[in-house]
Ligand binder design. Structure first.
Ligand SMILES: Cc1ncc(COP(=O)(O)OP(=O)(O)O)c(N)n1
Ligand SMILES: Cc1nc(C(=O)O)sc1CCOP(=O)(O)O
Ligand SMILES: [Mg+2]
Length: 221
């Protein structure tokens, strides 16, 4: 039996977090990114309603049928619970990951943002999640209410202190020019919004990032 940690690890990686708000164009953007090699996707839309997110998730699940892509929704437990196969990403100011796990079961992916190393004392949270995110690695105009950036040294420290089996992704200010450094610091993947969503050719942007990340991971092993 493959655990969701192992599945998520094998799908990382480049992790697409969608730009807000979500529309039909978001679904096409996800398909382009997946065609470019992305295997983990988060629908992030804090503007629209749960009903809207559920409709978006159903469309995305339908279009991704038969693929092994990991799909999560940001923050919204009711939306995740309404659509089989959809997991959730939560931060320290959201519901606790153990609450999400008890509602969603063991077969979907649950991710958790780490804003500071003190959160590593929360054994229940670490036991409930399939990956953690270093949040943020660098400052980003895409989300301005972040905590103090980890930087590469912070990512290394976080990797050293995490349970070895728990995948780590970096998020915040990551693009083709610096993704390799985040992987070099010990991350298993990079999560991006603008590097794919703001690209003229999202499929090509995803492909280039995936190639860069894959090459950096090979160089590490
Ligand atoms: C992969 C990933 N990492 C971090 C975040 C940020 O989560 P959070 O701190 O809860 O902030 P919001 O996204 O809810 O504004 C994320 N969404 N995805
Ligand atoms: C959704 C999100 N969460 C962050 C965190 O630090 O927790 S940073 C972020 C946005 C990342 O956007 P971009 O790739 O354009 O920098
Ligand atoms: Mg959140």
């Amino acid at each position: 039996m493959i655990t969701t940690h192992e599945q998520v690890r094998s799908n990382l990686g480049v992790y697409l977090v969608t730009a807000e708000p979500s529309t039909d164009r978001t679904v096409e953007l996800i398909m382009a990114a997946v065609a470019g090699g992305v295997r983990v996707v988060q629908l992030r839309d804090k503007i629209n309603s749960t009903d809207h997110r559920i409709r978006m998730l159903r469309q995305i699940v339908h279009r991704l049928a038969g693929s092994a892509v990991t799909l999560v929704v940001n923050d919204d437990l009711d939306a995740a619970a309404a659509v089989p196969g959809v997991g959730i990403h939560v931060g320290p100011d959201d519901l606790h990951p153990a609450v999400a796990r008890s509602r969603l079961g063991v077969d979907v992916c649950i991710g958790w943002s780490i804003h500071d190393l003190d959160q590593l004392r929360d054994d229940q949270a670490l036991a409930a999640v399939d990956y953690v995110a270093a949040s943020p690695v660098w400052p980003t105009p895409t989300k301005i209410d972040t905590s103090t950036p980890f930087g590469l040294q912070g990512v290394r420290r976080l990797r050293d202190r995490l349970p070895a089996e728990l995948p780590l992704v970096g998020i915040g200010g990551i693009d083709l020019g610096n993704a390799a450094e985040v992987i070099g610091a010990g991350a298993d993947g990079v999560a991006v919004v603008s590097a794919i969503c703001a690209a003229d050719d999202p499929r090509r942007a995803a492909q280039d990032l995936v190639a860069e990340v894959d090459q950096s991971k090979e160089g590490r092993s």
